[in-house]
Ligand binder design. Structure first.
Ligand code: NAP
Length: 287
């Protein structure tokens, strides 16, 4: 029950109405018996500083940050963890002992969660897309000791920016999706990760059945490759259904979504853990 002692954690972004974090986190708080609620707060760009600074002064115990503010909150944090600095994105804040915001990123750990027991050192990975999520995925594959990580993108500008960010990692390379090495790379890949939004649920067109970069791109895929799609709605996507038919192991985006939420909760509560199923069962009605 909400009482005068109840405190809160908030999601800050714009828009926030699509977010599933309130569903997952409130189920977890209830499971742990915490006197805490999770709410989503839409915030305009020009109000971001005022809102984040004001939340420090009231009964707010932590924050999640989503699009488009994951880079903008760096200035508002007194301390930032190394992982957030490396991928230049913060998605979770808590108050430190001086009542100042401390920022971290739980997307890298969330991404790794379904891969960590698959014995992947020295494997070859391909990442499709060069946007925000690709940064977490690159760092995740570096942490898992992949020997080769190739980013395939249609966007030369964002691909070059990404390459600059990881220029000290010789195993990370970028290619445009028109490159003629792609068939061979797909054939040899141990893991392919889709970070493009191609395949996301849409209201009124047939984009739901489209594969990233078109069906021809996938013709050399073979059954030894693991295919991981970050999209969680729908789960599985058309891509994962196609790869499943080819005999590949597939991983959908719900695992990353839940695992990053578990890691945020642990950051806010200094280490409390919730079973994966608590968040996953709460989400079932909404996906
Ligand atoms: P983003 O920053 O907009 O990046 C999307 C990337 O995909 C860009 O490189 C973009 O290229 C490319 N792209 C867009 N449409 C494309 C198309 N039709 N064909 C080929 N490439 C295309 O988005 P993001 O934040 O990285 O998120 C990407 C996806 O990951 C979303 O579906 C999101 O829901 C999902 N995600 C899931 C989780 C999870 O927890 N499961 C976490 C984060 C993100 P251009 O710049 O040329 O458009």
């Amino acid at each position: 029950m909400i009482t005068s002692k109840t405190s809160f954690i908030a999601l800050i972004g714009n828009p926030v109405t699509h977010s599933l974090s309130p569903i997952m986190q409130n189920a977890a708080f209830q499971y742990l018996g915490l006197d805490l609620i999770y709410i989503a707060i839409p915030c305009k760009d020009e109000d971001l500083r005022l809102v984040i600074n004001s939340l420090k002064k009231i009964n707010c115990k932590g924050l999640n940050i989503t699009i488009p503010y994951k880079e903008k909150v760096f200035d508002l944090c007194a301390e930032v963890t190394p992982v957030a600095k490396t991928i230049k994105a913060i998605n979770t804040l808590k108050l430190n002992s001086n009542q100042e915001w401390s920022g971290t990123n739980t997307d890298v750990g969330g991404f790794i969660y379904p891969l960590k027991d698959l014995n992947l050192p020295n494997k070859e990975g391909i990442i499709l897309g060069s946007g925000g999520a690709a940064r977490s995925v690159i760092q995740g594959l570096i942490n898992l000791n992949f020997s080769k990580v190739t980013i395939i993108s249609r966007n030369e500008k964002s691909l070059n920016e990404l390459m600059k960010n990881f220029k000290n990692q010789s195993q990370v390379k970028g290619l445009l999706n028109s490159d003629d090495q792609i068939n061979n790379l797909i054939e040899e890949a141990d893991l392919i990760v889709n970070t493009t939004p191609v395949g996301m649920k849409k209201e009124s067109n047939n984009a739901n059945n489209v594969l990233p970069y078109g069906e021809n791109f996938w013709k050399s895929l073979n059954s030894k490759t693991i295919v991981y799609d970050l999209i969680y709605n729908p789960a599985p996507t058309a891509l994962l259904k196609y790869c499943d038919k080819k005999g590949c192991r597939t991983i959908d985006g719900t695992q990353m979504l839940i695992a990053q939420g578990l890691k945020s909760l642990s950051f806010w509560t200094n280490g409390l853990e919730v079973p994966f199923e608590i968040m996953s069962n709460a989400l079932k009605k909404y996906l």
